[in-house]
Write a protein of this length. Sequence first.
Length: 293
Amino acid sequence: MKNLTKQNVIGFIGTGVMGKSMAGHILEAGFPLVVYNRTKEKALDLIHNGAKWVDTPQEVAEASDVVITIVGYPSDVEELYLGENGILKHMKQGSVALDMTTSSPKLAAEIFKKGMDKGISILDAPVSGGDIGAKEARLSIMVGGDEESFELAKPLLDRLGSNVVYQGKAGSGQHTKMCNQIAIASNMMGVTEALLYAKKSGLNPENVLKSITSGAAGSWSLSNLVPRMIEEDYAPGFYIKHFIKDLKIALDSAKDMELRTPGLELALSLYEELAMNGEENSGTQALIKLLEH
C-alpha cells in the first residue's frame, strides 16, 4: 500500500473506554470500518453508525488494509498478534497494523520483526489523554517502527490525536509511553496530596485550583482529575488495573536499564493497595480514597 485513501478498509479491534471513541472518529472521517470486540455490546453504537461487525480478529485482519488494536494487557497483544489464530497470520502482505495498547517495548520489537518477515509493517503507537482525549480527538500518540509506514498512517493518526510524534525504531513508542506513565505516577501522588492539604487547611478546593492550575504546578492531572476527586467522581477515564499494568512494565524496563525510580515504585505500591481494596475498576483519581484515611 503506497498511500492511504478513503477506499482503504480500516479494521479496529478493541472498542472499550477509549477505543470506541477512536473508532468513531475513523467512521466520521469516511473510512470503511470493520470492528471486533470481545463484548459486542460495546461496539453497538459504532455498528449503528455504519461500522461492519465481524466475529473474530481473524476476519478483521482478512478484510482490512490497516488494522488498529487497543486491548488490555501485553498478554492480550501477544495472543492477538502472535497466537495460534493471531492476526499476523491473516493480514494481507503490504498491510499495516498499529498497536495502540500500552504494552511492552520488547514485545513491540518482537512483533515488528515477525511482521517484517511476512511483509507486514507493525507500528507501536500507544496513546495518552484518557477518555477525554479520545472523545475530543486530542490524544498524544507516540509511534515506533518503520518511518515510511508511519508517514503512510499519519493522516489516520491525525484523526485520533492532536500530537502525533514519530519516536524511532520499533519499541520506541512504548518506551515513550513509559516516560509518560512514570511522570504521571509521581504527579498523581502530588496532586492528590495537594488537594488533601487544601481541604485539611480549610481552603476552598475549587479556588485553590484556580490559582495553581495555571502556575508552575499545572498539569493535565491537576486540571482534569482533581475536579473529579472534588466531585467524588471515580468513574474510569483510565482504569487503575491498567495503570498498574503500565507501571509494572515501566518498572521492569527501568530495572533492565539499571535505573533507579523511587517515585515509580511508591506509586505502584499505592495503586496495588487500592486494587486490593477493590478499586481496580475505578479511575486513577481514586487514589484520594487511599490517602485521605
